[in-house]
Design a protein around this ligand. Sequence first.
Ligand SMILES: *Cc1c(COP(=O)(O)O)cnc(C)c1O
Length: 464
Amino acid sequence: MSESSAAALRLLPSIDELLRSDAGVRFIEQEGSVAATISARRVVDELRRQVADAGAASGGKTDLLLRAARALDEILTRESSSGLRRVINATGVIIHTNLGRAPLPDAAKRALLDAAGYATLEYDISTGRRGRRGARAESLVAELAGAEDAVIVNNGAAAAFIALSALAAGGEVVISRGELVEIGGDFRVPDVLAASGASLKEVGTTNRTKVADYERAITERTRMILRVHPSNFRIVGFTAAPSRVDLTALTHERGLVFFEDLGSGALLDLSASGLDEPVVADAIRDGADIVSFSGDKLLGGPQAGVIAGRSDLVERIRKDPMYRVLRCDKLILAAVESVLLEYRRGLAVDKVPVLKQIFAGADEIHARAKGVIDQLNGAEGLSAEINDGFSAVGGGAAPGVEIPTKLIAIRHSTCSADRLEERLRGNDPPVITRIENGLVLLDLRTVSEDDESTLITAIHRLSE
Ligand SMILES: *Cc1c(COP(=O)(O)O)cnc(C)c1O
């Protein structure tokens, strides 16, 4: 090592000096002294390497302390912007998988807080004895689905898995080749079937399967006929699939179980909004013995998997050892219960954000967009206009359905669209937008009215 770099190394701040700087004090305040010391040590080590490499310090002692403080501040910023954070979703994708799928109704948020302490998870107040976990939420599901009973597990994939493993393990499950689908990366129907211990009997072709195809495939090993809703794609053209009524008739004639994985599983008929998604109660009415669907797709609740159907089959699922592995905790059950109550009160379209957003008209979005733009007057360099566009349902539901909407398109005289998008994303809370044709677009359909003023402040900051 040269003499000059040895001299420079003596000018490095000590860990203590760095922790006493403004940046150090800030770090200790926000993250505690243990984390601050670890980060300060990392910063000083890195600075020592840089100084040794450079052969000499570029500035004096004050300059080195400044550099260290800046590096420490950068770590703090990085840390406080990572982790799970609330964001404003201005993308117009309603069930946004990367942004946590369904936003919960206000009542469900309150229910989460209420259940955060001690709660009657497995306790019956009227008898003072042990109660069944999820009993209330499950009876609400059964009621809304017109089913005998229901059970709730961790997510839609878990629901499909446990229904297969409890009801068909060791036997064969007949399924159409058109339904051997992949739902978002790691949920592939053939893999889930294999993991459940049931074996797969494929029938028909990708585009056409008939009742006779199912009929021919049934052997003494067959336990179940499985139907999977192709949530995230549509096959169009020369296609055929037997009706649910025909298929359940065959299933029951042969003494088998008909199980349908509905994917989103709408509890209400959403066809008035242009969505053609299977309704849970219809599947039960058409003769499905058991159905499963997600809690955080069209239902609009927290991540959960719901199973409804015949009480003997539901009971077998509840008694299956895998139930203990896949069951949900009190917070989820509290939120599910609260969302289901909105449905039962007939208020879901008003109170459940996913449904409210699906049914919001473009004129309503236009009025809100205009209100936001009016408040952007005077933001220097910034211009905003309202454009026609589309929102999407997302979450692998209703592929290809585009909901007409009105978009706020913003531009800045000196800032590129990429930079604007990045700055909005860097806001606290982050505002997530999309860019199309060089414009930053905001869709208020997925922004709650409560967040509008926060959004306006974030846009105003762009002109700073
Ligand atoms: C989404 C989906 C699943 C998985 O549900 P998760 O809640 O995401 O675990 C399973 N089957 C179908 C048909 C789906 O659409």
